[in-house]
Design a protein around this ligand. Structure first.
Ligand code: ADP
Length: 262
């Protein structure tokens, strides 16, 4: 009988990241992915979880994310008090890949809770239940953070960083990014090439003082709009320029760049 073909999420390796993740996984080491927004970190984790055959539990952390949100809480249900596992607890029990996106955004108590999970103990303590849970061998913790974002405000402490094997991510080289944009947006290579050129120009215009720059994600979005028939400059405006800036002068400068390419 023919085996059904498993369709993994599309991910184009940029360097040795697949090798490193597999090795960290075999050795029960937690992994940190450093890099700017929209450069493929989440997609990498999705693809690797699928390849390892493990469920993936993802949490997008923000400044309100607390230890209780991640570990679990007692809820009142129909007059009864019932315990509900949070995503971290669930991931430990299920032997899942746990992806905490933008970990440095989370509150300090989250980091404290994660410490025993990142060393040989691989445990968490549910104080409210007086219970200690040990991670199953299949469990893996992966966190991401964006080192350039809000510099100084949301840096991870060196003592926390040292607990992880870390991979540096960046936007793929032009040729590879063109291929990714074309495949993801299902647009022609010619359009993808121009979008990548536009992306590179924006990334090099440091004087614009953008907090975030043109990510692969934005280029893919613009490519999708163009493939669907939206005029190229308009697609660049709504999918790339507007999400990046509210500053009128910067908008004009970026539109000028787009007009040189499209
Ligand atoms: P991040 O998690 O770094 O913010 P994502 O993983 O969400 O970024 O990537 C944004 C989008 O860029 C993805 O949805 C995908 O379309 C595309 N992408 C970026 N890098 C790659 C890659 N190496 N292979 C395939 N798609 C990629």
């Amino acid at each position: 009988m023919l085996k059904p073909q498993i369709k993994y999420p599309y991910y184009e390796a940029v360097g040795d990241e697949e090798l490193v993740l597999q090795c960290a996984y075999r050795n029960c080491l937690p992994l940190m992915l450093k890099g700017p927004t929209g450069c493929g970190k989440s997609r990498f984790v999705e693809a690797m979880a699928a390849r390892l055959g493990r469920p993936l539990i993802s949490v997008a952390c923000n400044e309100d994310t607390s230890a209780t949100d991640l570990l679990g809480r007692y809820l009142i249900q129909g007059g009864d008090t019932v315990w509900q596992d949070g995503p971290v607890t669930r991931a430990l029990r299920e032997g899942a890949i746990l992806y905490l996106d933008e970990i440095s955004e989370a509150r300090e108590d989250v980091i404290v809770v994660l410490h025993p999970l990142t060393d040989h103990r691989r445990t968490i303590t549910l104080d409210k239940r007086n219970e200690e849970i040990k991670a199953s061998p299949e469990f893996m913790l992966i966190v991401s953070f964006n080192p350039g974002y809000q510099k100084g405000l949301k840096e991870l402490k060196p003592s926390t960083r040292q607990r992880f094997v870390a991979i540096h991510f960046d936007y793929p080289k032009a040729e590879l990014e063109t291929e990714i944009v074309s495949k993801e947006a299902q647009c022609s290579l010619e359009i993808a090439k121009k979008l990548v050129k536009f992306g590179h120009k924006i990334r090099n215009l440091k004087e614009l003082g953008l907090t975030e720059t043109a990510s692969t994600r934005l280029l893919v979005d613009a490519g999708k709009l163009m493939r669907d028939g939206l005029e190229a400059r308009l697609a660049c405006d709504v999918a790339i320029i507007q999400p990046l800036t509210d500053d009128g002068d910067v908008m004009i400068a970026l539109r000028d760049v787009a007009a040189m390419i499209f």
